[in-house]
Design a protein around this ligand. Structure first.
Ligand code: ADP
Length: 607
């Protein structure tokens, strides 16, 4: 009830004020009297310093009540009273209260006075040691004079003993404690402890409380340091991903520009190769163009992936199955080269949400890099381990090759140590953006004994993995395709290519260059299939057209195919979610034909 309450302000009290303002004269003992709701307390106060700043004081007090005086009475073997500003604050003599006018009653006392400090208003506080003259005389019949001399001597001795006792049991340990706190506050040392027991219960209690305070401050400082470190790491990551994102935007902008003409080149070469009478040298040259075109196409797809401009369908993916597949692809090569390839799955469930194709690309890229790095080494080995950490799946690739020469640059686009024609330096930057796109992290470092380590972390996912059988689309590119198709694209070469392709299979094709024209045409007649660009000049974009169809020709909305070189921004994902399919440029003839067949048949999308 009489403890200080939260919000109570003691900063004005001399004993606290002195600690808060080091400019004030140091107290002789550091002990003072504090009156709290009318009750006197003997208190000590020490500073609390956090990282060099004085943030408060630890003020510990002992109530000067009957228990306290009883304790002193036992120490000095006499009655005790405490006077604060001339009033009795506590005493062992029953009924002794109020203004001091002697011990009162019938008994006579010899009194020794010990100064004890001062209270909050500056009044002196004294400790009175009282020895009953009546009790001392007793009934022994000694002469009064003898008794008086004895009592006088006792009083003087008592005063001395009291002062010495106070000094030994309270003041000296307290002084030592204050000096200790001052030293600890100056160095910020949190581990040092004040030696206990001191013999003074109050100082022991004070130093024990101080220890607890030091512990809690140390924990607080640790938390602050951890938070600071995490913040710095976050900023580092942010800088890194911003740099990669800016580069990605630039690269994918360029890739987008290449897409349309590239689609035209590849498509037309494929068409030309199918034409009758193409043989010999011309055929060989066309095949070379087709092959090189596909290389450019693969490069462009990779560039688009850097900024997530990909079309990889997303869903629940069994990460462990993807790892097994990736390992199987290279197992033979590792064995032939005399290298060890080990996969240690933790046996748990490793399902993530994302694109199986993209994840396989990531794993293969890391495995391929390790294969390259391990060339020529003895006892060369790559070990892949997985483990679960809470709701995250961790995959670690560790090899015993030469290690990374520049781990900090490893994810930068075009950073490569491989000869021209062997490496592009895009692999790991694509891995980085794919992993981040999956809400994961990828980090690279060197292991102690040499060799590189890649650590990938993915958030685990609860969903069910779809069975493979549904995903396989039958290869039927050559079958006749008799359907009416509306092609909407502003790029004449793409329109021409699509028209030729579809017409060669027996489809009836009409084409328009804008979304507005498409709507006009659709008002006139129905089509089995609409194939549209996503970004078109004029007021009606591909998405607008899709929305119009979904509203006005709902049965046709399920037979809609977007052909686009720009899959960024997420808008296409929305339309994809509403039922439209998306085919990314550049595409091969087979890819195009299987996409249109799938769209017109209303078959479920490969996902
Ligand atoms: P590329 O393989 O085309 O060079 P990457 O981005 O995949 O592009 O890799 C970049 C570079 O990282 C490589 O050229 C190589 O120097 C380094 N690297 C990647 N993996 C390893 C590894 N396991 N050990 C040593 N160096 C590696």
């Amino acid at each position: 009830v009489d403890k200080p309450r939260a919000g109570e302000d003691f900063s004005g009290h001399p004993v606290v004020a002195r600690v808060l303002d080091p400019g004030k004269a140091a107290p002789e003992t550091g002990v003072s009297l504090l009156t709290l709701r009318g009750e006197p307390y003997r208190v000590g106060s020490v500073p609390i310093v956090l990282r060099g700043f004085l943030i408060g004081t630890l003020t510990v007090g002992d109530r000067l009540d009957e228990t306290f005086v009883e304790k002193l009475a036992r120490t000095f073997d006499c009655d005790v009273a405490i006077l604060s500003g001339g009033n009795v604050a506590a005493s062992t003599i029953p009924g002794l209260r109020g203004p001091w006018r002697g011990a009162g009653g019938d008994a006579e006392y010899v009194v020794a006075t010990v100064p004890f400090g001062s209270d909050g208003r500056g009044h002196t506080v004294e400790l009175l040691l009282l020895n009953s003259l009546t009790a001392a005389l007793g009934s022994s019949g000694r002469s009064l004079a003898e008794a008086l001399v004895a009592c006088g001597a006792i009083a003087i001795a008592l005063g001395g003993i009291a002062a010495w006792g106070m000094s030994r049991t309270v003041v000296r340990p307290l002084d030592r404690f204050v000096a200790f706190v001052a030293r600890v506050a100056a160095t910020g040392e949190r581990e040092e402890r004040f030696p206990r027991p001191t013999g003074a219960v109050e100082v022991d209690a004070l130093s024990e409380t101080f220890d607890r305070l030091q512990d809690s401050l140390a924990a607080h400082e640790r938390r602050l340091r951890d938070m600071q470190r995490e913040e710095l790491e976050r900023l580092d990551r942010l800088k890194e991903s911003e740099k990669l994102a800016a580069l990605g935007r630039m690269l994918s902008g360029a890739a987008h520009e290449i897409n349309n003409p590239l689609t035209g080149v590849i498509g037309n070469v494929e068409m030309a190769l199918r034409a009758p009478g193409i043989s010999g040298d011309i055929r060989d040259r066309l095949l070379r163009i087709e092959k090189d075109g596909r290389r450019v196409s693969a490069l462009v797809k990779n560039l688009l992936k850097i900024s997530h401009r990909d079309t990889g369908a997303r869903g629940a993916v069994d990460l462990y199955a993807v790892l097994r597949d990736a390992v199987e692809v290279r197992r033979h090569d590792f064995a032939t080269a005399g290298m060890t390839l080990t996969l240690q799955l933790d046996g748990g469930r490793g399902v993530v949400h994302g694109s199986e194709l993209e994840l396989e690309q990531v794993f293969l890229n890391i495995v391929n890099n390790a294969f390259d790095a391990l060339q020529g080494g003895s006892a060369a080995a790559l070990t892949i381990r997985t483990r679960l950490e809470g709701d995250r799946i961790v995959v670690v690739f560790e090899d015993n090759g030469p290690g990374l020469t520049q781990p900090a640059q490893i994810f930068d686009p075009f950073f490569t140590t491989k000869p021209v024609g062997k490496g592009t330096g895009l692999g790991l930057s694509i891995c980085h953006s794919i992993v981040e796109g999956h809400g994961g992290r990828i980090a690279a470092d060197n292991v102690a004994g040499g060799g590189a380590r890649f650590t990938l972390t993915f958030p685990a996912f609860d969903g069910e993995v779809a069975s493979k059988a549904e995903e396989e689309a039958p290869k039927d590119a050559g079958r006749p395709f008799q359907a009416s198709v509306l092609v909407v694209d502003d790029e004449p070469s793409i329109v021409e290519l699509q028209t030729d392709l579809l017409a060669s299979l027996g489809a009836a094709v009409e084409s328009v260059a804008t979304g507005a024209e498409a709507i006009e045409r659709l008002r006139e007649r129905a089509f089995d299939l609409i194939v549209s660009d996503l970004k078109m000049p004029g007021g009606v974009s591909g998405e607008d057209l899709f929305r119009w169809v979904a509203e006005n020709r709902p049965d046709a909305a399920g037979r809609f195919l977007f052909v686009t070189g720009d899959t960024a921004g997420g808008a296409w994902r929305e339309t994809e979610g509403a039922g439209a399919r998306v085919l990314a440029k550049p595409f091969s003839m087979d890819e195009y034909l299987s996409a249109v067949r799938e769209a017109v048949g209303g078959r479920p999308r490969a996902s």
